[in-house]
Ligand binder design. Structure first.
Ligand SMILES: *Cc1c(COP(=O)(O)O)cnc(C)c1O
Length: 436
């Protein structure tokens, strides 16, 4: 707007009105890498996606010492949602931990991961020792193993698919069923892999906490299912870490919802109904049942799990799974376990007997309240002023490993896997010593 030069002395706006104060903070590369993930998170919270993308790039820029002369200045950026993923905290390997504590692995009492203290059957060991074709890729369809599983479960093998542990199948199901941004229903406290895999797959996790006795909050679950249209609901029976069972009528109510129900039966062999509900898969088109050889069959290190799936879903899983997901050793070992059932079941009986002994002994420890369990572990509430973490640390000093929890629904809790009679004696003696 022409002002005839009067703006020089009579303008209502001044140059200073347009001055913006800018502060420049210079960061070295290492500091920039440290704070950039936080900057990205804040930017994302404020919907500033370009800022977030720039911060992601800075977060992953190589330090000058890491950069090779031919390396590009930065890597292609990561999928943005990963910035908000907590990720899995790796455990210390058993051998390293025992060494740190000053024991040989054989001296340790390992009751922290629900493994089978007796190991696996001698038939499995000799099958592994005599592997004929470890140099040949495994059967992508695990035919022999699935035939054995069909006998074991009573389901036709077309419903069955094996995985590198049940863990692999949790991820595979989510990749096939849910799209980024979809949500899943989770009922904590329970197994941690469901929210973990959901987050990796860029899914939102709706947690419907269990009631104080660890049963499901059915009215809340039904309301959430209607309000948010989740794709998948994960339920665990017996539940980890408390060992409670999901009743039939609750499962039926959940199966009436328009979502996929994944029933994780990792510990079903230890329960009063060891057949479990895998047979229901033939009757319910929205039910998946997961199982594993890690616990009852003692194959945790070989990574073999399986699932029973409705046929519409299993076709998609076959399409998407890694072709050689279950190793030659894993397939052979799991089949050998199925061919040595009387032996493994005898050991299972020993563990069930020991569960009863351990439970009764834990009840005599004044600061512990054990929960009845239908799995191979017992959850205990620790009474103040004792602290679960300190109990765990005190036991670790003596070469005894257990798990502790301090989170919603599991305040001041420990979980002890059922071991051999000798292991129970050691853990009970150590717990008793703390209380005196
Ligand atoms: C241990 C466990 C699994 C994992 O089994 P893998 O076959 O070893 O992957 C699955 N679900 C629950 C509830 C578990 O506790």
């Amino acid at each position: 707007m022409p002002t005839g030069g009067t703006a020089r002395f009579a303008s209502p706006v001044n140059v200073l009105d347009f001055v913006k104060i800018v502060s420049v903070i210079e960061l070295d590369d290492a500091t920039s890498r440290t704070i950039s993930p936080h900057a990205a998170r804040i930017a994302r919270a404020e919907s500033l996606s370009a800022h977030a993308a720039a911060a992601d790039l800075r977060a992953h820029a190589p330090l000058p010492s890491e950069a090779t002369p031919h390396a590009p200045a930065h890597r292609p950026h990561l999928r943005p949602h990963l910035a908000d993923v907590t990720g899995y905290t790796p455990i210390l390997p058993f051998e390293v931990l025992s060494q740190q504590l000053g024991y040989s692995p054989a001296e340790m009492v390992k009751l922290d991961a629900n493994e089978n203290p007796y190991g696996t059957s001698p038939k499995v060991r000799s099958a592994l020792a005599n592997l004929q074709f470890p140099h040949i890729y495994p059967d992508p369809e695990s035919r022999f193993l699935r035939a054995g599983l069909a006998d074991y479960t009573g389901l036709p093998s077309q419903y069955l698919l094996a995985g590198a542990g049940a863990d692999e199948l949790i991820d595979l199901i989510l990749r096939v069923v849910a799209e980024p941004g979809d949500c899943i229903l989770d009922c904590q406290p329970t197994f941690g892999m469901y929210p973990f895999d959901a987050e990796i797959n860029n899914l939102r996790v709706l947690n419907v906490p269990r009631l104080p006795d660890f049963s499901l909050d059915l009215p809340k679950l039904l309301a959430m299912a209607t309000a948010h249209q989740p794709r998948v609901l994960f339920v665990t029976s017996p539940n980890n870490p408390d060992g409670s069972i999901l009743p039939d009528d609750t499962l039926k109510a959940l199966l009436a919802l328009p979502l996929l129900v994944v029933l994780d039966e990792a510990y079903i062999e230890f329960s009063k109904n060891p057949q479990g509900r895998i047979g229901w898969v033939q009757d319910y088109p929205n039910l998946v049942v997961l199982r594993t050889f890690s616990k009852w069959a003692g194959l945790a290190g070989l990574r073999v799990g399986y699932g029973a799936f409705p046929l519409w879903l299993i076709d998609a899983l076959w399409k998407c799974k890694q072709p050689y997901n279950v190793s030659v050793a894993g397939q052979v070992a799991a089949l050998a376990a199925l061919q040595d059932l009387p032996f493994l079941q005898a050991r299972l009986q020993m563990l069930l007997q020991e569960r009863a002994v351990l439970f009764q002994q834990l009840q005599t420890i004044p600061y512990l309240t054990p929960y009845p369990s239908q799995a191979n572990f017992i959850l205990c509430r620790v009474a103040q002023p004792y602290l679960a973490l300190q109990v765990k640390q005190e036991l670790a000093k003596q070469g005894i490993l257990i798990r502790h929890y301090q989170k919603a629904g599991l305040e001041n809790c420990i979980r002890i896997s059922v071991g051999t009679p000798a292991q129970s004696e050691r853990v009970i003696a150590a717990l008793r010593a703390i209380g005196t």
